[in-house]
Design a protein around this ligand. Structure first.
Ligand code: F6P
Length: 547
């Protein structure tokens, strides 16, 4: 037993938080700011290129004290030590959880089953560096002697979303290679990509931790068949590389030994972009930017590991999220990045958070009597302001939100940047203060509106405010800062799993549907149909007659 089995509900801190919740639930943040001029300073952390202001939360100093006491009672510090030192905290799969080792310096020593894994990590990094140089520099060429122009990443889930999100986020730093991602088993996805590429100049990167995933293997097979209409079996060696833990299967698929990039079972799929799964990232932006991404993540790892919890960014963000999830009973959380580059960031976080902490059984295997997991959603600002912000401002649900913004834009267009960031800041202010009936009446009177119309409109124009936000400012969207940001959320996920007394690093919940799809697929071409519920049977029969 590595992680403790403590029901958080039985801790002193949880009980105290329940009591404290009753004291604070109706308090207006606006009043807390008015009473304490230093509130923003008290609840802001400045670290490296980060400025994290969590003062616009429904908390006071006592809340933080109690949340930190909860972390202590749940033995968070010990859990972090186990996480970083390679203990098998993924107990249900008997595995260590070491994405942190993928970005650790060469001098670090991390033991898994008695073996230091860092030299292996660096061997793979060297291999990534070498192929990146060869492909980007045009030294390694396709079967007809032309230099590569396109990369196709074939993978799904963690073998797709992480690299796709980072490549999109870092497109400012991209080289001449065009990158494509094929993930969905929807054949139209792969065909749309095939339409855009030339087999002579395309490198295919098959990424699958298990090398058994239906979607990835189907897409890889379709691409291979297409490729063989142009090139020969021998040319496969030049054009196909693979990233996997399942080296046997990769070899059986016909990928040359030299083109295999290993990964290990001690890195979960959704946390794997830092190793060989990041090959497409390195090819797209060059190895040194990829390395900077890892360096940034390592800086955040160090911050998380050594900084006291009351100044520790991932710890505080995790605890605040628990505060809303378990005490305010908030149903979801939003993440709004004021950067179009981060368009896919929330998709990435959805897998990280919801695949990790969407669990309803505790570490003893018993059903849980409190809410776990975070339903997370969002889109970049300002676009999202014109879409779903209405509900955040005036809906019935409490939706705590993280606002992320960069103080410098990449192209340096100050006029746009000022408009962008004024929106970011204004939204957090509006969510905090709302708008009172008094303010609205004054405003409408100034517009010469009649008393009768004002009275009629008033209830619809009121903003209650008191909606919590965290404001995260980062200097600039560099590979290093992106690494820090991703790692910040990875550690938030970890902290929440520790407090909720769940195992965050398995994902058995995705298995059932996968198995049943295989079963249903096998029945499309037979007369025989398993006895199913009427709805499922109806869908199956309808599809069979229409396909
Ligand atoms: O959907 C479940 C899952 O196992 C994810 O955790 C993983 O990222 C994805 O499938 C892809 O798996 P693989 O890399 O083994 O193809």
């Amino acid at each position: 037993m590595i992680l403790p089995r403590i029901n958080p509900l039985t801790t002193k801190a949880w009980k105290a938080l329940e009591k404290h919740f009753n004291e604070i639930k109706d308090v207006k943040m606006k009043d807390l700011f008015a009473q304490d001029e230093s509130r923003a300073d008290k609840f802001t952390i400045m670290w490296d290129d980060f400025y994290v202001d969590f003062s616009k939360n429904r908390i006071n100093e006592k809340t933080i004290k109690l949340l930190l006491a909860l972390a202590d009672e749940m033995q968070l510090e010990e859990a972090i030590n186990s996480y970083y030192s390679g203990k098998k905290i993924n107990e249900t799969e008997d595995r260590a959880v070491l994405h942190t080792a993928l970005r650790a310096p060469k001098t670090h020593k991390v033991l898994v089953n008695g073996e230091n894994v860092i030299p292996k990590v660096f061997e793979v990094k060297e291999k990534i560096k070498k192929i990146t140089k060869e492909i980007v520099g045009g030294e390694r060429r396709g079967y007809s002697g032309k230099a590569f122009t396109d990369i196709v990443n074939i993978g799904i889930g963690g073998s797709d979303i992480g690299p796709a999100m980072v490549v999109e986020s870092l497109q400012f730093y991209k080289n001449h290679l065009t990158t494509h991602f094929v993930s969905n088993v929807d054949g139209d996805h792969v065909n749309e990509v095939l339409k855009k590429i030339n087999p002579e100049t395309t490198l295919f990167v098959i990424v699958s931790k298990t090398f058994t995933t239906q979607e990835t293997l189907s897409n890889a097979n379709t691409i291979r068949t297409w490729f063989l209409k142009h090139g020969t079996e021998e040319d496969i060696t030049k054009h196909f590389v693979a990233v996997s833990t399942n080296l046997e299967k990769v070899k059986a698929y016909g990928i040359a030994q030299n083109n295999i990039f290993p990964m290990w079972d001690w890195v979960g799929g959704r946390f794997s972009l830092w190793g060989a799964v990041g090959l497409t990232i390195s090819l797209a932006v060059g190895y040194s930017h990829f390395e900077n991404l890892l360096n940034g993540a390592h800086k955040m790892d160090t911050h998380f590991k050594i900084v006291d919890f009351d100044k520790n960014i991932p710890v505080l963000l995790a605890l605040l999220s628990i505060w809303y999830n378990n005490f305010f009973k908030a149903e979801s959380e939003a993440v709004i990045a004021y950067s179009q580059y981060l368009n896919q960031f929330v998709t990435y976080l959805q897998q990280g958070m919801m695949e990790s902490n969407g669990k309803s059984v505790n570490r003893n295997g018993s059903p849980i009597e409190y809410q776990t997991g975070t339903l997370i959603w969002g889109q970049p600002g300002t676009n999202s302001q014109h879409a779903f912000f209405q509900l955040i401002h005036q809906g019935t649900k409490l939706i705590p939100a993280d606002f992320i913004g960069f103080t410098e834009s990449l192209y340096g267009n100050k006029e746009h940047q000022d408009k962008l960031i004024s929106n970011y800041i204004a939204q957090t202010e509006a969510l905090l203060n709302g708008k009172t009936a008094e303010e609205i009446v004054k405003e409408l009177q100034l517009q010469n509106m009649s008393d009768e119309t004002i009275e009629k409109l008033l209830p619809f124009k009121i903003f209650t405010g008191n909606k919590p936000t965290n404001s995260i400012f980062i200097k600039k969207l560099t590979p290093e800062n992106l690494g820090k940001l991703i790692a910040m959320y990875e550690h938030k996920i970890f902290v929440q799993g520790v407090i909720w007394n769940i195992f965050s690093y398995d994902q058995f919940g995705v298995e059932l549907g996968k198995d049943m799809a295989i079963n249903i697929l096998s029945e499309f071409n037979t007369e025989f149909i398993t006895n199913r519920d009427g709805s499922t049977q109806g869908l199956l029969e309808y599809y069979k007659t229409k396909r």
